[in-house]
Design a protein around this ligand. Structure first.
Ligand code: SF4
Length: 346
């Protein structure tokens, strides 16, 4: 197998870790959080002794793997040619987790020694040591370990050898003690977990650890896995969870506001910001704080700031329109105590 074929295969095998869109010439992904931030994303090996039910690398003996030296060289070449800004490196657990973690650290270290000073995101292996987390955090910008399920029983149902408290949360605590970014990821829709359970667990993790992000990977049934005949996650579900996460992290909504709009534990298929606003009173544009303005559908942080800065000058709709306020916002606001049904009612 040629090096390019090998890299494509290992990139394809890394599909369970979410980063966003890809360019399959080489496995370069645009980071979802940082636009125009292309990452080389691949596994060191797709051989794995673990048995995650949704993954077709599970219990795989025949494998494709790549030498750390080749990864380091490729990373540096792509970086020098301005094709990537960073490296996202993970692996199947082809040996003792500590040995696999050692190979990941070695690969990242080699890349640095060869001059790569871009972003590095390393996966921490469940079962790696505290010393390895400490060493990895010196080389990498971000470490992550995937939580997969919101409860201990969900995780052990997904993977018989992973324990939520011991394998995942203990390592999350070790990462939290280092000067390095941290994220994690849920698999959504593989079992019967609810959005409510996922939101509650995310909130708990954000409170316990200084997490940069929680990611959501929508379950898709794959051939030759125990879940091959299950239904895949509904398309909207992952999107609604991301919107909820954004409201919690950036807009500082209270978890109970999101939980209140769930039905049978699931978020409705509607923008949660809109659904919450529908149950609240209109916001008086002139009296509202920046934080309150950001809660109005159609108004984001930039527009809220513009309105706040020029509050006294706002006399009419055209003033608001020039600040970027769209038509859909009208049912949720009032200006000087007057409610408007349409933009032209101002
Ligand atoms: S640890 Fe689980 S998800 Fe990761 S490669 Fe192995 S079987 Fe797949």
């Amino acid at each position: 197998m040629s090096l390019v074929q090998k890299i494509r295969k290992l990139a394809s095998s890394s599909r369970f870790d979410v980063v966003c869109g890809s360019n399959w010439d080489v496995p370069i992904f645009q980071s979802g959080q940082m636009n125009n931030f292309p990452l080389l994303k691949l596994l060191l090996s797709n051989e794995c002794n673990f048995d995650c039910k949704y993954c077709n690398n599970r219990c795989r003996n025949k494998s494709t793997s790549i030498n750390p030296k080749k990864v380091a060289k490729l990373t540096n070449q792509l970086y020098t040619n301005n094709r990537i800004c960073g490296l996202f490196l993970s692996s199947g657990v082809y040996s003792d987790p500590e040995d696999v973690m050692e190979d990941l650290i070695y690969t990242a270290k080699l890349s640095r020694e060869q001059g790569f000073d871009g972003y590095i995101h390393l996966k921490a292996m469940p079962g790696c040591s505290k010393d390895q987390i400490e060493r990895a955090s010196i080389i990498a910008d971000r470490l992550s370990i995937n939580i997969e399920g919101p409860t201990r029983s969900h995780l052990s149902e997904l993977c018989s050898v992973k324990d939520l408290k011991i394998d995942i949360e203990r390592r999350q605590r070790w990462i939290d003690e280092q000067d390095v970014g941290q994220s994690t990821q849920f698999v959504v829709g593989a079992l019967d977990e609810t959005d409510k359970e996922i939101i509650n667990k995310s909130v708990e993790l954000y409170e316990k650890f200084d997490l940069n992000r929680v990611y959501f990977s929508g379950f898709k049934p794959l051939k030759d896995t125990p879940l091959e005949s299950s239904s895949g996650v509904e398309r909207h579900r992952v999107g609604r969870l991301y919107q909820s996460d954004w409201l919690l992290r950036v807009y500082k909504y209270q978890p109970k506001e999101l939980l209140k709009i769930t039905e049978n534990g699931m978020l409705p298929n509607i923008d949660p910001k809109l659904e919450i606003a529908k149950k609240k009173r209109r916001i008086n544009i002139k009296k509202a704080s920046e934080k309150q303005l950001m809660r109005v559908p159609g108004i984001g942080p930039k527009t809220a700031k513009k309105i706040q800065d020029k509050k006294q000058e706002i006399q009419s709709l055209s003033d608001l329109k020039s600040m970027g306020v769209p038509e859909k916002t009208i049912p949720f606001i009032e200006l000087d105590g007057e409610k408007q049904k349409r933009i032209t009612d101002f």
